[in-house]
Design a protein. Structure first.
Length: 255
């Protein structure tokens, strides 16, 4: 009779699911447990070595969990190439939760390496595999990185999806939608007083065409006079043409 092994993972931040692993060898399980505990203690080199020893396991579930541990440890040891390789194995897990959490870890790695677009795509893919609040948090992370990469429309799409999730995730998404996308900008000024005078000059016209309130935002050391929030550059451009002002431009909010 195959040995039935229940693995309870104690590290919530790793997000390794509790699985029943049939046919697990005792030595493989011992090394896997050792890798998880080492990672919990911050002994990343030991965790990586133990996880590597399990990667040749004939048990697919154990192998993908070990690949996840190895990927986290390699990330912490600043070995991005190795981390991508291990996480690439983990994301192919038949367990959707493990695959999703592996994609989140891959997103964290790409963000640390400055690859914001790759990070956004990993987080967005993770959201399709995770459920509930975990899926929502992945979408919020994807939105952050899409916005940093200048993909405002994709950022808003992720926030729209996150907004449908009840609880804190949906509330965060609703708040962030107000500061994600494109706006019409009427000038950028070194002095706030100059920005306020420009806001006074354009306020009536802005309200006339239904753009709402004029905003003065401090960004990158300058006071920017803006109005409207648009999901994409094309929508903002259409409104800009209606205004017909030569001193206004379409800008990414926060850009």
């Amino acid at each position: 009779m195959p040995l039935l092994c229940r693995r309870i993972i104690l590290i919530w931040t790793l997000g390794l699911p509790a699985l029943y692993l049939a046919g697990c060898g005792e030595d493989e399980l011992r090394r896997y447990d050792a890798s998880v505990l080492a990672l919990s203690d911050g002994r990343n080199e030991t965790a990586l070595a133990d996880a590597r020893a399990v990667l040749g396991s004939g048990n697919g579930s154990l192998r993908t969990q070990a690949a996840f541990v190895a990927g986290v440890a390699a990330t912490r040891l600043d070995e991005p190439t190795a981390a991508r390789r291990y996480l690439g194995t983990a994301v192919r897990s038949s367990d959707a939760t493990l695959a999703g959490r592996s994609l989140v870890q891959l997103g964290v790695l790409e963000r640390d390496q400055g690859n914001r677009l790759a990070a956004a795509r990993a987080f967005e893919d993770a959201a399709t595999k995770l459920r509930g609040q975990e899926s929502g948090r992945a979408l919020l992370l994807a939105a952050e990185d899409y916005q940093s990469a200048g993909r405002q429309t994709k950022a808003r799409q992720c926030l729209d999806r996150a907004m449908a999730i009840s609880g804190d995730t949906g509330d965060q998404a609703r708040r962030r939608l107000d500061s994600t996308g494109y706006a019409i900008q009427f000038g950028s000024f070194a002095q706030r007083g100059n920005a306020e005078r420009q806001a006074d000059r354009v306020r009536a016209e802005v309200q006339r065409i239904g753009l709402g309130q004029v905003r003065i935002r401090l960004e990158a050391g300058n006071w920017k006079v803006q109005a409207g929030t648009f999901p994409d550059r094309a929508a903002a451009g259409r409104t800009l043409r209606r205004l017909g002002r030569g001193d206004a431009v379409v800008v990414a909010i926060g850009g």
